[in-house]
Design a protein around this ligand. Structure first.
Ligand code: IDP
Ligand code: MG
Length: 150
C-alpha cells in the first residue's frame, strides 16, 4: 500500500489545525498509520529539507520549522502521495484552490501550515527519517467505508 508523510508545520499546530487536517485525510478514506507531535532539531529539519539547502529561503524555512512543535503523520492508501499533495494545495497558498488545505487556511508561502511528500521515493525516505523505529501495518475493516483495495 502506498504511503506518504504528512506534517502539520508549527503554524498549523499553533492555529489549531491538526484536527482539521487529520479529518480531511480520514474522511477521504486514507488510513492513519502513524502520528506523533514532536520538537525536531535543526539537524533533523536540515536533513528533511536537504534538497532545498541552496535556496535563499532555506535559513528562514529552518527557523520557521523550529518555531514550535510539528505533528508528523503517515497516511496510506491508493495514490496517497499525489492525492495528498492535491489535498494540501500548491506550495504558494495564493495559487491554491479553495477546497485545498492551503487554499482554505493560508496566504503566505512562508507559513503554509502543512507538508506532504512529493513522490513515492521521497515519502519512504521521509517516513524512515521521522519514524525511525518503523511503522507497523494493521488491518482495517474497509467494507465500512465502501473502499475496495486491489
Ligand atoms: P512543498 O512544501 O509544496 O513541497 P517545496 O518546494 O518542497 O514546497 O518547499 C518546501 C517549503 O519551503 C514550502 O512548503 C515553504 O514552506 C517553503 N518555501 C518554498 N518556496 C519558498 C519561497 O519562495 N519563499 C519562502 N518559503 C518557501
Ligand atoms: Mg517539498
Amino acid at each position: 500500500m502506498e504511503r506518504t508523510y504528512i506534517m502539520v508545520k508549527p503554524d498549523g499546530v499553533q492555529r489549531g489545525l491538526v484536527g482539521e487536517i487529520i479529518k480531511r485525510f480520514e474522511q477521504r478514506g486514507y488510513q492513519l498509520m502513524a502520528l506523533e507531535l514532536l520538537h525536531p532539531t535543526k539537524e533533523h529539519l536540515e536533513e528533511h529539507y536537504k534538497d532545498l539547502a541552496g535556496k535563499p529561503f532555506f535559513p528562514g524555512l529552518i527557523e520557521y520549522m523550529l518555531s514550535g512543535p510539528v505533528v508528523g503523520m503517515v497516511w496510506a492508501g491508493k495514490e496517497v502521495v499525489k492525492i495528498g499533495r492535491k489535498m494540501l494545495g500548491e506550495t504558494n497558498p495564493l495559487a491554491s484552490l479553495p477546497g485545498s488545505i492551503r487554499g482554505d487556511f493560508a496566504i503566505d508561502v512562508g507559513r503554509n501550515i502543512c507538508h506532504g511528500s512529493d513522490a513515492v521515493e521521497s515519502a519512504e525516505r521521509e517516513i524512515a527519517l521521522w519514524f525511525p523505529r518503523g511503522v507497523p501495518e494493521y488491518k482495517r475493516d474497509i467494507s465500512v467505508h465502501g473502499l475496495i483495495y486491489e
